[in-house]
Design a protein. Structure first.
Length: 356
């Protein structure tokens, strides 16, 4: 049966990415060798990483003066690398979910952290709006998409200081004004590639301002100088990332992708809002993520949650169980998920509602 993959991460990748990765595992670029067994310094792989770098710059319209890096360690490594390299005395953070909490914890190891606002009291079900960022902050850090809680900030905020963002779960789902940012990072396994590589886009002039010594591997300048080849980079995930980036370009770039993403999310949110049985956990439409749609059953139907997951699986739907800190359901609608899968989910919800 055809599967409809709603996993939150690792998550669905385009067939183009998967097919080309499978081919390269057998024979990479006509070398007669698998991508798994070639040197990262071979000319064939150097061509891969260079094209990937250029495509990131092209798709996100990255201005001059920024470097694009492909690093290991996941987005979680960036929680410490960012303050290590950028926090001189004080940084401001917006607390909108578990990932933000983790980022704040690491930043506190390096200096003063001002948590300018938090939605923790409401289990992170909204995006705080009424806050101001102290003008003496070295940067303002926020999570653009809260993968667990289904909230998203789809604008590049004007807060009076330089921005730093964790875009792990919504990068390449909208145009970004990169010039407002000192640094953007994103783990690959939500909208790009298998786990193992993290994209970092960093403004070169923002570096070299802190007094503390930085271990070589954790210093962005090491990786800028060596074009992400200081040590062995995650070769296979970078190859897959390149396939996805080519695919995004073929689709017409991030503006075209955004339109489809919004259409998919609108369809699912209206099914939830129009339902007798289901309800969304993020009530303010402005805050709703177009990547991760979180919803639950109304209290009178709550005991049917497990049944719905079982019913959905008979339709080929996988990965809709909500994160334990929210419960209910989470349907992740990443770029690679086709509209057809949203239709299957919406129809399953309607059929289940009629039956119960
Ligand atoms: C998944 C995720 C992370 C964690 O990524 P790792 O690569 O597992 O470290 C961090 N931030 C956000 C927003 C995420 O969705």
């Amino acid at each position: 049966m055809k599967k409809h993959n709603f996993y939150a991460g690792p998550s669905i990748l385009s067939q183009y990415t998967i097919k080309n990765t499978a081919d390269a595992i057998i024979d990479f670029a006509g070398t007669g060798l698998s991508i798994l067994e070639v040197s990262h310094r071979s000319k064939e792989f150097v061509a891969v990483i260079e094209e990937a770098r250029l495509l990131v710059k092209e798709l996100l319209d990255v201005p001059e003066g920024y470097s694009v890096l492909f690093l290991g360690g996941g987005a979680s490594m960036q929680f410490c690398m960012v303050p290590y390299n950028l926090l001189k005395t004080k940084a401001s953070y917006l607390e909108t979910g578990t990932w933000a909490v983790n980022a704040i914890k690491e930043a506190r190891l390096f200096g003063e952290v001002d948590v300018v606002a938090s939605s923790k009291v409401a289990n992170f079900s909204f995006i705080p709006k009424d806050f101001s960022v102290p003008s003496d902050s070295d940067y303002f850090h926020f999570t653009t998409n809260n993968t667990i809680y289904g909230t998203e900030i789809r604008k590049d905020p004007d807060v009076g200081v330089r921005l730093v963002a964790d875009m792990s779960s919504d990068i390449f789902s909208r145009p970004v004004d990169v010039s407002k940012y000192d640094l953007i990072y994103a783990g690959a396994q939500k909208n790009l590639a298998p786990a193992g590589v993290t994209i970092v886009i960093v403004r070169e002039d923002a570096l070299g301002k802190v007094e503390r010594p930085i271990p070589t591997m954790l210093d962005y300048r090491t990786h800028i100088k060596k074009d992400s080849m200081f040590n062995t980079p995650p070769v296979l995930p970078i190859f897959s990332a390149l396939q996805t980036l080519r695919y995004y370009k073929q689709l017409g770039g991030v503006s075209a992708i955004e339109k489809t993403d919004i259409a998919k999310a609108d369809k699912l949110y209206s099914a939830i809002d129009g339902s007798r049985m289901f309800k969304g956990t993020v009530t303010n439409p402005e805050d709703r993520s177009i990547m991760n749609v979180t919803f639950v059953m109304k209290p009178e139907y709550q005991e049917l949650e497990k049944d719905f997951i079982d019913f959905a699986s008979t339709k080929g739907i996988v990965g809709i169980k909500g994160h334990r800190s929210v419960g209910g359901f989470r349907a992740s609608l990443y770029n690679a998920l086709p509209m057809e899968s949203v239709d299957v989910l919406v129809n399953a919800m309607k059929e289940f509602e009629t039956k119960n």
